[in-house]
Design a binder for this molecule. Structure first.
Ligand SMILES: NC(=O)c1ccc[n+]([C@@H]2O[C@H](COP(=O)([O-])OP(=O)(O)OC[C@H]3O[C@@H](n4cnc5c(N)ncnc54)[C@H](O)[C@@H]3O)[C@@H](O)[C@H]2O)c1
Length: 244
């Protein structure tokens, strides 16, 4: 794996699950990691922790300017913060739809908007957005979530093409079901959590859920110089769901 020594990296949603593991891998690889989260106290040791809501432009601007003011550059942005939603179109409260889009789609847009000028001026940069298999295939009761992740995949491709000649790469990851605190919360809300977990596992061709670290390693690859020829891709890490 390429080194991240002297690389300035911003990771959002860094206090839990995939973002936590990714931030830890990046710190271990030598990066200066600026870890943004609604509650950044939970981000790994070695990160600069910044409380921020990615849905708010002033917060995203503050995160990016903190990183650039401290180091003079920005090499990698991992737009990983995300919000779940488990309803159909009919049952989805309209304010829930709006909040899911504000975090999952607008948050990704804002992060890219504020790092791209610096990355383009550097002639180099790597953006990794966290989408989901829900943005690629239809899943029951994921109306707002699927639509927001589809937006992440489309915007990733658009940005990749817009900036391909500048040295800035833009990719996304599409995890399947990952055993993060997120899934724990999803199961807690179910009528029968054990049955709900069994149903999630049964959906997996490989017979198990993914681990946050497995997803983080894929994001680390796309962030790294090993992926220098990769832009505009939606990398699926899902234990076979999309193939089925
Ligand atoms: N867990 C899964 O099964 C799964 C599957 C596919 C995609 N994903 C995506 O992976 C990403 C990370 O999910 P996870 O499973 O690690 O979840 P998680 O709940 O363990 O972690 C998400 C983190 O994001 C933070 N966050 C949420 N809203 C935020 C906001 N507005 N501003 C800043 N931070 C915010 C939370 O505080 C939390 O620390 C999300 O984008 C999610 O949609 C997860």
């Amino acid at each position: 794996m390429s080194s991240f020594v002297d690389y300035t990296v911003v990771v959002t949603g860094a206090s839990s699950g995939i973002g936590f593991e990714l931030s830890r891998l990046l710190v271990d690889a030598g990066a200066q990691v600026f870890a943004a989260d609604l509650d950044a106290a939970g981000a790994p040791d070695g990160c600069v922790r910044i409380d921020a809501d990615v849905a708010l432009e002033e917060d995203v601007e503050r995160v990016v300017s903190t990183a650039i003011d401290a180091t003079g550059r920005i090499d990698v942005l991992c737009n990983n913060a995300g919000l779940g939603s488990t309803t159909s179109v009919v049952d989805c409260p309209t304010d829930e739809w709006d909040r899911v889009f504000a975090v999952n789609a607008r948050g990704v847009f804002l992060g890219m908007k504020h790092v791209l000028p610096t990355m383009v001026a550097q002639g180099k940069g790597s953006i990794v957005n966290t989408a989901s298999v829900a943005g690629l295939i239809g899943l029951p009761d994921r109306a707002a979530y699927s639509a927001s992740k589809g937006a992440v995949i489309s915007l990733t491709r658009q940005v990749a093409i817009q900036y391909a000649a500048t040295g800035v790469r833009c990719n996304c990851i599409c995890p399947g079901t990952v055993d993060s605190p997120w899934v724990g919360r999803l199961l807690q809300g179910a009528d029968d959590p054990a049955a709900a977990r069994a149903a999630l596992v049964a959906r997996q061709p490989v017979g198990r859920l993914g681990q946050p670290l497995e997803i983080a390693k894929a994001a680390l690859y796309l962030a790294s110089d090993d992926a220098e020829f990769v832009t505009g891709t939606a990398l699926v890490i899902d234990g076979g769901i999309v193939a089925g």
